[in-house]
Design a protein around this ligand. Structure first.
Ligand SMILES: [Zn+2]
Length: 313
C-alpha cells in the first residue's frame, strides 16, 4: 500500500488492478482504461461510456490511498482494471473505458448512452488540455479540442472548417472564434462555451447540468454594402437617385424571408436634389426591401437565431 498526497495521475506506469480511494473528483480521459472501471462509492457520475453492471475488478495490486485530491487517468494510462473506492464527482469521457463500467449506488448518474456519441472519437482530437486551472491558446485546430478537468480556459482563434469540442468536468470555459461549423459535447456541470458570430453550431449535447453555450449574434453591419452617408457623399450636385442599406433595429424577424434573425437590414432609396452630399429637396424615398443573415446575397449561412439558441439544451 502506498500513501499519496494531492492530485494523482495515472499515466501508464502502474501495475493493475488499481484501486483509488478517498478522491475528491476524478477525470477519466478518452482512451485511458483498457480494462474495466468499477465505481464503488461515488456521488455523481457524468459519463459518455454507458454503464453496464458487469465490471469485475479483482483485488488490487496497486492500492492508492492517502490525503488525495483529484484523480486523473491519461490516455493509455491504465493497462487493466481500475476500482474507485470513494470519490465525489466522476467524469468519464466517451471511449474512455474499453471494458465494462459499473457504478454501485451513486447518488445520481448522467449517462450520455450510445446515441449521443460525438461524430469523431475524442481520442483523435489534436488538442487536449487536462488539469486544474489550465490556460491554453489554440489557433485553428485540425479536428478538435478536448478540455478535461476543472476551472480551465481554452481560447480557440482562427477556427475553420469543422471543429469538435469536448468538455469533461466542471467550471471550464471554452471560447471559439473564427468561421467554422462546431460540434459541442459536454459531460459535466457548470461549463461554459462561448462561440463567435461566424460559428455555426452543428450539434450540442449536454450530459450533466448547468452548462451553457452562448452564441454571439451576427453583426448587422456585415450585411451593409453602402451606408446612407456613403450614398449621399457620392453626389456633389444635382438631382440623383441613391440607394443604401440601414440596420432595422427593431425587427426580430426578417420580412424578406420570414425567418427569425439577429441581423436585419432594410434597403432604402431616395431621389433628391443634392448639394455637396446633402439632400436639399426630396422627390421620392422609400424602403421596404429587407434582408437578413440567412437570405442576404452577401452573407454566409451562419449563426443561430435567438430562439434556436435558447433551445440548444
Ligand atoms: Zn431574411
Amino acid at each position: 500500500m502506498s500513501e499519496y498526497t494531492g492530485d494523482v495521475t495515472l499515466n501508464g506506469g502502474i501495475e493493475t488492478p488499481v484501486r483509488m480511494s478517498g478522491l475528491e473528483d476524478m477525470y477519466v480521459q478518452p482512451d485511458s482504461i483498457d480494462g474495466d472501471l468499477d465505481l464503488r462509492n461515488v456521488e455523481y457520475v457524468f459519463t459518455g461510456v454507458p454503464i453496464t453492471p458487469a465490471a469485475d475488478v479483482a483485488d488490487p495490486v496497486t492500492d492508492i490511498t492517502g490525503t488525495l485530491e483529484d484523480g486523473y487517468t491519461e490516455p493509455d494510462g491504465v493497462h487493466g482494471d481500475l476500482a474507485v473506492g470513494t470519490a465525489e464527482d466522476v467524469f468519464i469521457a466517451h471511449g474512455a473505458v474499453d471494458g465494462a463500467l459499473s457504478a454501485r449506488g451513486p447518488e445520481q448518474v448522467f449517462d450520455a448512452g450510445t446515441s449521443d456519441a460525438p461524430s469523431r472519437d475524442p481520442a483523435t482530437y489534436d488538442v487536449t488540455v487536462s488539469g486544474w486551472q489550465q490556460q491554453r491558446e489554440v489557433t485553428d485546430p485540425n479536428t478538435g479540442v478536448v478540455l478535461s478537468g476543472c476551472q480551465s480556459t481554452v481560447n480557440v482563434t482562427g477556427a475553420t472548417g469543422s471543429v469538435s469540442c469536448y468538455l469533461i468536468g466542471t467550471n471550464n470555459e471554452l471560447i471559439v472564434r473564427g468561421d467554422a461549423a462546431v460540434e459541442v459535447h459536454i459531460v459535466g456541470r457548470d461549463n461554459r462555451v462561448d462561440l463567435g458570430p461566424y460559428i455555426d453550431v452543428d450539434t450540442a449535447v449536454e450530459t450533466g447540468f448547468d452548462n451553457t453555450i452562448d452564441v454571439q449574434p451576427f453583426p448587422a453591419d456585415d450585411l451593409i454594402e453602402t451606408t446612407e452617408d456613403e450614398a449621399y457623399s457620392a453626389v456633389t450636385f444635382g438631382r440623383a437617385k441613391v440607394t443604401y442599406q440601414s440596420v432595422a433595429e427593431d425587427e426580430d424577424w426578417c420580412r424578406g424571408c420570414g425567418e427569425a434573425a439577429d441581423a436585419i437590414i432594410e434597403r432604402q432609396q431616395k431621389e433628391a436634389f443634392f448639394i455637396l452630399g446633402t439632400p436639399i429637396i426630396t422627390y421620392e424615398e422609400g424602403g421596404g426591401s429587407y434582408e437578413c443573415e440567412h437570405c442576404a446575397h452577401s452573407a454566409p449561412d451562419t449563426s443561430l437565431t435567438p430562439e434556436e439558441r435558447r433551445e440548444i439544451f
